[in-house]
Design a protein around this ligand. Sequence first.
Ligand code: HEM
Ligand code: HEM
Length: 87
Amino acid sequence: MVSLVLLLLLIGIIGTLGHFGSLGHSPHLFAGLIAVVLVLLSAGSALLIDTRQPWARRIHVATNVVLFFGFIWVSLTGWSVVQKYLP
Ligand code: HEM
Ligand code: HEM
C-alpha cells in the first residue's frame, strides 16, 4: 500500500509537471498529499503496535478510519480532473 501510494504520487507530480509545468491545479493535489501522509502514519504506527506502545494501536485504527474517507476524496477529485482530458 505504501509503495502503491508513493508510485501514484510520483506519477501524479511528474505527469502534471510535464504537462503543465506547475502543480496545484485542483484540490486533487491537497487530497493526494493528505492520503500519502495518512498511509505513512498508518504503516508507521502499525510497526509500533508490537512494541506495546499504547497509543500506536489507537493511531493505527484512527488513521485507517480517516483513510477510508481520504481515499474516497482523492478518487473523486482525481476523477474530476480526468474529465479535463476526455474529448
Ligand atoms: C492516493 C492516490 C493518488 C495520489 C497520491 C495522487 C496524487 C496526484 C498529484 C500530487 C497530482 C498533481 C496534482 C496537481 O498538482 O494539481 C495528481 C494529478 C492527477 N491525478 Fe492523481 N493521485 C492519486 C489518485 C488518482 C486517481 C484515483 C485518479 C483518477 C481517478 C487520479 C487522476 C489524476 C489526474 C488526471 C491528474 C492530472 C491533474 C491535472 O491535470 O490537473 N489520481 N495526482
Ligand atoms: C499500512 C499498511 C498496514 C500495516 C503494515 C498494518 C499492520 C497491522 C499490524 C501489525 C496490526 C497489529 C496486529 C496485532 O494485533 O498483532 C494491525 C492491526 C489492525 N489493523 Fe492494520 N495495517 C495496515 C493497514 C490497515 C488498514 C488500511 C486497515 C483498515 C482498513 C487496518 C486495520 C487494522 C485493524 C482493525 C487492526 C486491529 C486493531 C486492534 O486490535 O484494535 N490496517 N495492522
